[in-house]
Ligand binder design. Structure first.
Ligand code: NDP
Ligand code: 8X3
Length: 253
């Protein structure tokens, strides 16, 4: 297994949920982390918790220029990152495609696809040049399975899955690994964001079930990243043990 103290991570979406739990899992094991998000006070809290192991980076991943500028000017030793966790993302709304807000669709595409592409393009060349690195994505079960209202969100995660596999085809054999983490029901701020801040509605998503937690997903990231370098985990798909597939639906007359 790799010693986590040899790892320097760049984690987008570090202010909450899966990303914040991943920062804590790795920094708690002695890894350095560039923690990326828009909410500065939450990044500062991580810095207060783990001290010199954390480099807070306030950034909107949709901002191409800012992303390239920030990733190319990281201070040592954070500039020698060897894991990039492209995790920032969101769902907005659950309306059917014929009622969904076009602005919500644009925000999801700009964040989950375009922002993720900026993250990769701005960070991958340095890992390729060093012949050492690991690109980890947060996909979703929604990239494989459909459900009502997932229209554009699920499609962005299908993009992430195929992009992940295709990047792996490009970098295999040169020391950079690629993994797509594909969680199901996980209680984070995800549903609060999806429902525009409606916490009561968000809580109903998890009521009566035991969802996975950010920590459960962080453990999967930790597993994939600390395996010996000759092992590449292509995909990890997980669900709450109270979640499963729906039957195929027939909309009868
Ligand atoms: P949270 O809402 O708790 O966290 C989302 C994170 O993304 C926050 O840190 C937020 O930071 C960041 N983020 C969103 N937009 C931007 C942006 N434009 N620039 C920078 N950072 C941004 O949800 P999760 O932890 O659940 O979500 C993390 C990932 O996991 C997402 O890609 C999501 O699609 C995916 N996922 C979630 C599942 C779930 O059930 N929770 C299941 C499967 C996948 P800030 O607002 O501070 O910028
Ligand atoms: C989040 C999981 O099932 O709510 O990606 O779409 S789901």
């Amino acid at each position: 297994m790799l010693d986590p103290r040899t790892l320097t991570l760049l984690v987008t979406g570090a202010t909450s949920g899966i990303g914040a739990a991943t920062v804590r899992r790795f920094a708690g094991a002695g890894a350095r982390v560039v923690a990326v998000g828009r909410r500065a006070e939450r990044l500062d809290a991580l810095k207060a918790e783990f001290g010199d192991l954390i480099h807070p980076l306030v950034l909107d991943v949709r901002d191409e220029k800012a992303t390239f500028a920030a990733f190319s000017s990281l201070p040592a030793p954070f500039d020698a990152y060897n894991v990039v966790f492209a995790n920032a993302g969101l769902a907005m709304g659950l309306e059917p495609a014929y009622e969904a807000k076009l602005d919500d669709w644009s925000t999801m595409v700009e964040t989950n696809i375009t922002g993720l592409l900026y993250t990769v393009r701005a960070s991958l060349p340095a890992m390729v040049a060093r012949k050492e690195g690991h690109l980890v994505f947060t996909g979703s079960i929604a990239g494989d399975y459909s459900y009502p209202g997932a229209n554009v969100y699920g499609a962005t995660k299908a993009f992430v899955k195929q992009f992940s596999l295709n990047v792996w085809a490009d970098v295999a054999g040169i020391g950079v690994r690629v993994t797509n983490i594909e969680p199901g029901l996980t209680e984070t701020e995800f549903s609060v964001v999806r429902f525009g801040g409606d916490k009561e509605r968000a809580d109903k998503v998890y009521a009566g079930a035991t969802p996975m937690t950010g920590e459960d997903i962080a453990e999967q990231v930790f597993f994939a990243c600390t395996l010996p370098r000759h092992v590449n985990i292509n995909r990890i798909q997980s669900m709450s043990s109270q979640q499963t597939f729906g039957p195929l639906a027939i909309k009868r007359d």
